[in-house]
Design a protein around this ligand. Sequence first.
Ligand code: KIV
Length: 254
Amino acid sequence: MKQEDIIKNKKGKIVMLTAYDYQMAKLLDEAGIDLILVGDSLGMVFQGKPDTKGVTMGDMIYHTRAVARGAKTTPIVGDMPINSYKTPKIALQNAKKFLQAGALAVKLEGNQPKIILTLRKAKIPVMGHLGLLPQTAENYRVKGKIQEEAEKILKDAKELENLGVFSIVLECVPENLAKKISRALKIPTIGIGAGKYCDGQVLVINDLLGMQENFKPKHTKRYLDLSSEIKGAVTKFKEEVKTGIFPGPEHSFH
Ligand code: KIV
C-alpha cells in the first residue's frame, strides 16, 4: 500500500489504538478503528518494565505478527524500538522486518533526517513522533511549555513533513502548540496528551480499558474498569471452585 493511502479517505478524526496480541487486534479491527499501533509501550503494559528502553526488535516482531493475524483490514503501524534505527542501514533492515511481519508502516521517535530519507527512498511509509519521546526522555513531563522547546517541536514537525512522513504523533505537548502544528502541516497529527486540535487521537489500549488500577495519567480516559471486572470474575471462579459450584453438570461430559 502506498503511504498516501494508509489514512486517505478517513472520515473525520483519525482513531488509532495500540494492540499487542491477536485477540485485541481482532476486536479493534471489528470495531473499525483507522490504525493499529504495535507500540513499544508493550515494554510497560505487556512486559512490566519501567519504560520502553528495554524493548527489542525481537519483541516487536513477535507482537506485530500476532496483531497481524487479528487485524484483517486495519493498517498496522510498527513502532521501531530503541536502537533499531541507529544508522540508516540498520533502520532499513529493521523496517523491512516490520513489513514482513504484517505492518504497513513504521513509526520512529524524533527528527531523524537520514533515517527517514532512507526509509522513504525504499518506499516504506513512516509515521513521525514528536514531543515527549519515551525512548530517550529523562522524565515524563509535558514538552514544549517553554518557547524555545515549542519552536523546536514546530520546526521538527515541518521538517518531518518535508522528509515525507505521512503523519506525526504528538505526545504530551500543550494543546495550543499542537493546534499550531496541526494547522501548519498538510499531513495529519495524531495526539496523545496533546489536546483536541490534533487530526486524530491515539491511546494505549490498556489505559482505555482501565487494566491497571493505580495508573491514570491525565491524558488518558478510562472507558472501562477492566481491572475490577477481571478481579471480580476471577474471585467468583475461585469461590465456585472452592465450594464445588463449578463445574456444574452443564460443564461436564456424561
Ligand atoms: O508506544 C506507544 O504506545 C506509543 C504511543 C503512546 C503513541 O508510541
